[in-house]
Design a protein around this ligand. Sequence first.
Ligand SMILES: [Cu+2]
Length: 210
Amino acid sequence: MRHRAGLLMTTVLTLAPVTLAGCAEDIDEPAVAPTPSATAASSPASGTPAAAAGTFAPYAGGATAVTYDPALVPAGATVDVNLLPAADSTAVQLTVSGLQPSRGYGAHLHVNPCGPTGEAAGPHYQRQTDPAAAASPPSVDPSYANPRNEVWLDFTTDTGGNATATATQPWTFDPPRAPRSLVIHAQPTKTAPGEAGQAGARVGCLTLPG
Ligand SMILES: [Cu+2]
């Protein structure tokens, strides 16, 4: 279903823009073979808090927190994400420790769980999906790739390699289309047209509960 969604979207968009556009952003990474059960599984209800935490390690089956660049995200560093929904908003809190000291990183919620490579996490979660986006290039239109329509959690670590970030979105996540990962990038997130949302290599990933 996911891989047809882009084709379907162009013809059916007017009938159900939100639902189908949501599927479209999953068109991303054939190597990871997202399954229908992953899509349909049980995303947390919009009013249900969700949380995930992990200790970064190189990828292994079933891993929750994965480092793809041990220089920037050392094995043993930790990450914690909390999604805290309110009536019509959601606060997303990120805490990291053990990263490079005094360094800026990009961070966003993405649509797929973490996998063997950073690309497995798919594109950014978008509240309103960019109809022009594909897996490559992803959405780089600032009218969609912005921190109000996506969830950006960029941070700069302190001298001990620790940081926190909070993003409060004026909406709640729609099941069955909830974010499934937090991806840490090598660079702070860009905002200019043509590169909006890009933040360099994917250096770490935390899978969120589905
Ligand atoms: Cu990202």
